[in-house]
Design a protein around this ligand. Structure first.
Ligand code: OAD
Length: 271
């Protein structure tokens, strides 16, 4: 079989064979962790970060926008960039990939979503156990964490002039900022330790739509494989950094692949 030729077994294409293999691993699993990145939201219309040319980082320099130093230097610029992203997120809906992940909860005993995304689309699709490693773009907090980290602030309760944006913390007067993790910042307390504990005890880790570049999230599949006993399934149109250690690689968009995996799990459960 030459390089790039599509292997087929009977009338099933390689993708069908691999989808059924992934479904078999999931159907037999007691504890499943679903690790997602920006790719799972791509088909909802939310830009990824590193997709060539169209990713967010293709048009912006993250160091100029997604760091505490950038916010101190120019709070209005950073505030406006996140408000632009939040408005994009408010305008979109979960896609079939999010819904398939949510419906895995009805089929399997324990499913936890660990996401790097800040768009809130997993919960909107119905996932109930979601760890948001990088925060949530719809939430805001005091830049100085004056009441503890995070000092969440309800923007709706503040009176502030758009020209004076970002608004000020009602407790201490510091700037209000998005409740998301910036480069060089720690992840929300407890979030990563819970995610790591779940990865190390998982039977299957389903990795969806991440380049596998940003730490510490990208280390979770390695913990699952090396410190735990997990089988790894990777869903991505491209071979990402994690694909080489995965047991199954499903090459394609998650909005197409994941509903097929869910259907194959249902077929196995009916058999
Ligand atoms: P990236 O933009 O680095 O990677 C997105 C991945 O999704 C790539 O591997 C794409 O090939 C893949 N992809 C594209 N379309 C897809 C689709 N339809 N279905 C499935 N996958 C698809 O985004 P992340 O890996 O999430 O952190 O980046 C991780 C972190 O880097 C982000 O959370 C953010 C960024 O800096 C912070 O802001 C702290």
């Amino acid at each position: 079989m030459g390089f790039g030729e599509r292997y087929s077994e009977g009338d099933m294409s390689v993708s069908d064979v691999e989808i059924r293999k992934a479904a078999g691993l999931l159907a037999a699993a007691n504890h499943v962790v679903v690790l997602t990145g920006a790719g799972v939201s791509k088909e909802s219309g939310v830009p990824t970060f590193r997709d060539a040319m169209e990713g967010l980082w293709a048009n912006f320099n993250p160091e100029e926008l997604a760091t505490p130093q950038a916010f101190r230097r120019n709070p209005q610029l950073v505030w406006d960039w996140y408000e632009m992203r939040r408005q994009k997120v408010d305008a979109v809906q979960p896609n079939p990939g999010h819904y398939a992940i949510a419906r895995l909860e009805d089929r399997l005993p324990h499913v936890t979503v660990v996401t790097q995304n800040v768009d809130g689309l997993h919960r909107m699709a119905g996932s109930t156990d979601v760890i948001e490693l990088h925060g949530n773009i719809r939430q805001h907090k005091c830049f100085d964490a004056c009441q503890g980290e995070p000092t969440l602030i309800d923007l709706g309760s503040l009176r502030w002039a758009h020209a004076d944006r970002p608004p000020r913390c009602p407790h201490c007067g510091a700037h209000v900022r998005p409740n998301v993790v910036w480069f060089g910042e720690s992840l929300p307390a407890g979030a990563f330790s819970r995610a790591q504990q779940l990865a190390e005890t998982a039977d299957v880790v389903l990795i969806v739509g991440t380049s596998g570049i940003v730490q510490p999230a990208a280390s979770l599949p390695y913990y699952a494989k090396r410190l735990g006993h997990a089988q790894l399934i990777d869903v991505n149109p491209e071979r990402d950094e994690i694909a080489p250690i995965c047991d199954v690689f499903l090459q394609g968009p998650s909005g197409v692949i994941l509903p097929q995996v869910l259907a194959a799990v249902d077929a196995l459960n009916k058999a």
